[in-house]
Write a protein that binds this ligand. Structure first.
Ligand SMILES: Cc1cc2nc3c(=O)[nH]c(=O)nc-3n(C[C@H](O)[C@H](O)[C@H](O)COP(=O)(O)OP(=O)(O)OC[C@H]3O[C@@H](n4cnc5c(N)ncnc54)[C@H](O)[C@@H]3O)c2cc1C
Length: 439
C-alpha cells in the first residue's frame, strides 16, 4: 500500500485555483476556464456534474477606440483570423528544420509583425483602414501577452508553439459552484490527517546513492519551516515554476541535476492579474458582452490633459461582463508591465483609474463609481510568483522543452546491482494550450 501525505505552504488547498465570494456571487481569482473537457480532469468533472451548462468566453463585446469609435466587427474578425491563422502555422514548426524553414528560428512577435506588415501592404487599403487594422493588431498582441503570461511576444519561441496541445471538447467550460469545487472534490477524497496545511517546505534533501541502511532512513527528507521533518521514498513537487525559479537553488540539497536546473531557468513564467469592478446598478445596454479597448497609435497627443489616463491602463485589453442582474460586475484582464504595476496600487486607485478609462472610451456615458473594486496580486504570493508558464526562445538555445521538467530525479541503490529509484518528480508545467480567438 502506498502511504501518501500532502503538504501545502498556505492554509488552503488549490493554489492558483481560488474561487471567492464577492458579495453573494462567486468569482474566480485565478483560473477561469476549463479549456477542453476531453481529458481525465474533464471526465472527473463530468462524473461529479461540476461543470455548468453555460459556456463563457473572453474578450467579447464591442471593440471601441479612445476617440469613441466603435470598430466595425468585420475588421475585428479579419485581424483575429490573420493572427489565428499565422499562429496555427507556427504549430507546425516544432518538427521543422531551421535551415529549410528560417522562420522556425524566430520568435512569435517577429513572425506576426513581419507577416502582418506584408498582409497590410498586399491589401493596398486606404490610410484609415490600415490604421484601424494596425490598432486591432496591437490589441491582439496585448491579448497574446495575457494568454501566454509574457511581457512581450518576442519572448515566445516559434518552435515551441506547436508543443501546446488542445485536449479537445468545450473550449471555455466554467463551473457551477466555482473552479474550487474540483479542488474540494479531490481534497475530500484524501485522508484528512494526511493533508497538512500551513506547512511550507523549506528544504528537500535527497540521496543520490542509497545504501541498504539509508533506505530505512528513506531517500528523501522534507524539512518544513518549523523544522518538522517528513521522511519519504519519493516526493512529487507541484509548486509553480515561478516559485521554483526563485527558490530551487535554496531548497534542493544537493542541487537538482543540470538539465532540470536549466529547464527551470529557461522556461518562462510570467504574470497576469484580474480586476473586478462591482456596480450598484447595470449602466450598460442589456446583452452587452464586454468592452475591448483599442488605442490609437498617437494617443498621447490626442488626449487633453484632463483626460490623462494612468499609464498602466494600456495593458488592460478590456472588460468582460460577468454579471448583470441586480448589480453589475465587470472583469478586466491585465498583462505585461501593467500586471506588476497594479499590485503596487490600492484598490481604490485601481477603481479610480478604471473609471476614467471607461469614461474616455465610452464617450458621454454616465458611469457611476464602482461600489467595490478587487484586483488580484499573483506575483505578491511568494508561493506562486506569477500566473503561468510559456516556452521562451531561451529554451530553443538551450534545447529545453517542458518535457525536461518531467524527467524524474533518480537515486541509485548501492546494493541490488545499483537499481534506480525515483526520488523526485515534478508535475507538468505547461497549462493546456487554448488557441486564442476561438470566440
Ligand atoms: C489569473 C489566472 C488566470 C488563469 N486562468 C486559467 C484558465 O482560465 N484556465 C487554465 O487552465 N489555467 C488558468 N490559469 C493557470 C492555472 O491556474 C494553473 O496552471 C493551475 O492552477 C496550476 O495548478 P498547480 O496545482 O499545478 O499549481 P498551483 O496552483 O500554483 O499550486 C501549487 C501549490 O504548491 C504550494 N507550494 C508552493 N511552494 C510550497 C512549499 N515550499 N511548501 C509547500 N507548499 C508549497 C502553493 O501554496 C500552492 O498551493 C490561470 C492562472 C492565473 C493566476
Amino acid at each position: 500500500m502506498v502511504n501518501v501525505c500532502t503538504t501545502n505552504a498556505t492554509n488552503r488547498v488549490g493554489g492558483r485555483i481560488h474561487t471567492i465570494f464577492l458579495d453573494e456571487d462567486r468569482v474566480e481569482y485565478g483560473a477561469q476556464f476549463l479549456h477542453g473537457d476531453k481529458s481525465d480532469l474533464g471526465q472527473f468533472c463530468h462524473d461529479l456534474t461540476l461543470l455548468s451548462d453555460d459556456h463563457s468566453g473572453e474578450a467579447q463585446g464591442v471593440y471601441i477606440r479612445d476617440d469613441g469609435l466603435e470598430i466595425e466587427s468585420h475588421f475585428v474578425v479579419e485581424v483575429d483570423d490573420f493572427v489565428r491563422y499565422t499562429l496555427e502555422e507556427c504549430e507546425q514548426y516544432a518538427s521543422k528544420n531551421e535551415i529549410l524553414h528560417p522562420e522556425v528560428g524566430q520568435n512569435i512577435g517577429q513572425i506576426l509583425r513581419t507577416r502582418f506588415i506584408k498582409y497590410l501592404n498586399d491589401k493596398n487599403e486606404n490610410e484609415r483602414v490600415k490604421n484601424i487594422m494596425e490598432e486591432l493588431f496591437d490589441w491582439n498582441i496585448k491579448f497574446l501577452n495575457i494568454d501566454n503570461a509574457c511581457l512581450t511576444v518576442d519572448e515566445l519561441s516559434a518552435k515551441g508553439w506547436g508543443k501546446f496541445k488542445f485536449v479537445g471538447g468545450q473550449e471555455h467550460s466554467i463551473f457551477k459552484a466555482g473552479y474550487s469545487s474540483v479542488i474540494k472534490a479531490i481534497a475530500d477524497s484524501l485522508k484528512q490527517s494526511n493533508l497538512r496545511l500551513s506547512s511550507p517546505v523549506e528544504k528537500v534533501e535527497w540521496r543520490q546513492g542509497i545504501s541498504k541502511y539509508d533506505r530505512d532512513l528513506k531517500s528523501v527528507v522534507l524539512i518544513l519551516t518549523d523544522n518538522r521533518k517528513i521522511f519519504a521514498d519519493c516526493v512529487i513537487i507541484t509548486s509553480s515554476l515561478g516559485y521554483l525559479k526563485e527558490n530551487h537553488e535554496k531548497i534542493f540539497h544537493p542541487l537538482l541535476p543540470h538539465n532540470l536546473r536549466q529547464g527551470i531557468e529557461s522556461l518562462g513564467f510570467g504574470l497576469i492579474n484580474k480586476i473586478f469592478l462591482v456596480f450598484d446598478e447595470v449602466w450598460w445596454k442589456a446583452g452587452t458582452k464586454g468592452f475591448q479597448f483599442i488605442w490609437r497609435k498617437d494617443i498621447e497627443s490626442n488626449f487633453n490633459p484632463n483626460e490623462k489616463l494612468a499609464s498602466w491602463t494600456k495593458y488592460l485589453t478590456g472588460f468582460d461582463i460577468l454579471k448583470e442582474d441586480k448589480n453589475g460586475v465587470l472583469l478586466g484582464w491585465i498583462g505585461g508591465r501593467g500586471a506588476h504595476i497594479i499590485e503596487t496600487l490600492s484598490e481604490q486607485q485601481v477603481a479610480h483609474d478604471c473609471l476614467k478609462l471607461l469614461k474616455v472610451f465610452l464617450k458621454g456615458k454616465d458611469i457611476p463609481f464602482p461600489r467595490r473594486c478587487m484586483r488580484t496580486r499573483w506575483y505578491n504570493n511568494k508561493y506562486v510568483r506569477g500566473a503561468y508558464s510559456h516556452i521562451t526562445t531561451k529554451c530553443d538555445k538551450n534545447d529545453i522543452s517542458p518535457a525536461n521538467l518531467t524527467e524524474p530525479v533518480w537515486g541509485f541503490t548501492l546494493a541490488d546491482n545499483g537499481m534506480k529509484v525515483c526520488n523526485i518528480l515534478f508535475k507538468r508545467t505547461l497549462r493546456v494550450y487554448f488557441p486564442k480567438n476561438y470566440k
